[in-house]
Design a protein around this ligand. Structure first.
Ligand SMILES: NC(=O)c1ccc[n+]([C@@H]2O[C@H](COP(=O)([O-])OP(=O)(O)OC[C@H]3O[C@@H](n4cnc5c(N)ncnc54)[C@H](OP(=O)(O)O)[C@@H]3O)[C@@H](O)[C@H]2O)c1
Length: 294
């Protein structure tokens, strides 16, 4: 039975800790910033609650540092200074933004550093547990920790991809675009519908078949072939009319619309749907050639 510590038993720590406990891992201790949250997590994970992270870490073979990104390094420094790490231990964090290098204080104690990022969103326990099977974990760090990473991923019923340490920021930028910026794009589309008097829930229902079939097409045939619409068709007057209406009603959406339009024109050229002269015309329109008249 593998022993693991959950330092930072919030959304991710509780979901992963709970799922691993169900698969036979023993949790040596839960640590939070506040006592209330720590005690609740310890109840859930069936383990002691510690105020000092080094006490939970010392007992464990695998130490999860699942605190917010901004304190991972400080917590790692603290545990190392208090003798919580040891040779051969695997110390991991689940941050998408940081590489395993922020765990160097653990490395200096002979532990193996691993970044173990679930490409998933965990808003709360139930939703997190539901979405865990099939989740990809992006792994990077000391090779000696990869066997433990494989065991964890198997126990979580996930899948694993390796990424180069020096590309971690690019990896995270991609994940932000695929998740957070998709949310923002959907919010922009919903705002337009709401302005027409269609409530947001109804609007999403109406847009859903379009959204899901687009995602399906991207998966099946890739973004280039999946691209349709006025830019790919070279319909300049249509884009001009979108801009005019948005300038009048939702001007805050116009800069994003223009930037994405410019990117889309480039994609349409790669697709072979637009020639370079047409792309140039779109560029003039979208780079500020449009006059709002205001
Ligand atoms: N949530 C997601 O969707 C998601 C997805 C992928 C990766 N991640 C990554 O997973 C990590 C955890 O994210 P999360 O969403 O689970 O965060 P979270 O829900 O805010 O939980 C963070 C936990 O860390 C505790 N904590 C804060 N400062 C601490 C300290 N100095 N010492 C010990 N514990 C401390 C908090 O305690 P209190 O409860 O007492 O404040 C809380 O329990 C982050 O690296 C994040 O980037 C998150």
């Amino acid at each position: 039975m593998k022993k693991l510590a959950v330092i930072g038993a919030g959304n991710v720590g509780k979901v992963i800790g709970y799922a691993l406990k169900k698969k036979g891992y023993q949790i040596t201790g839960a640590v939070c910033r506040t006592d209330d949250s720590g005690k609740k997590a310890a109840d859930l994970l069936g383990c002691p609650f510690y105020r000092q992270p080094e006490l939970a870490a010392r007992e464990a073979e695998i130490v999860f540092l699942t605190t917010p990104d901004r304190v991972i390094e400080d917590v790692c420094v603290l545990i190392a200074a208090r003798g919580g790490f040891r040779k051969g231990q695997v110390v991991l964090h689940t941050s998408g933004a940081h590489s395993s290098n922020i765990l160097s204080p653990a490395r200096q104690e002979g532990a193996y550093a691993l970044s173990f990022h679930p490409l998933q969103t965990f808003p709360a326990l139930e939703e997190g547990l539901r979405s865990l099977p099939g989740t990809f974990f992006a792994v990077e760090g000391d090779e000696e920790s990869f066997a433990a990473a494989r065991d964890l991923v198997d126990a979580l019923e996930g899948k694993m991809i390796f990424i180069p340490t020096e590309m971690k920021e690019l990896y995270h930028a991609a994940a932000c675009m695929a998740c957070n910026y998709l949310v923002s794009l959907m919010d922009m589309a919903l705002q337009c519908f709401v302005l027409m008097g269609i409530p947001a829930e109804k609007a999403f229902e109406a847009l859903s078949p379009l959204i899901y079939s687009t995602l399906h097409n991207i998966k099946e045939i890739g973004p280039k072939k999946a691209l349709t619409g006025p830019i790919a068709r070279g319909d300049f007057p249509t884009i001009r009319s979108h801009l005019a209406k948005m300038e009048a009603l939702l001007p805050e959406l116009v800069p994003v619309y223009k930037q994405l339009g410019l990117y889309t024109a480039g994609l349409a050229v790669r697709k072979g749907a637009l020639n370079e002269a047409e792309e140039k015309e779109f560029k003039t329109l979208l780079q500020g050639g449009f006059q709002s008249g205001r």
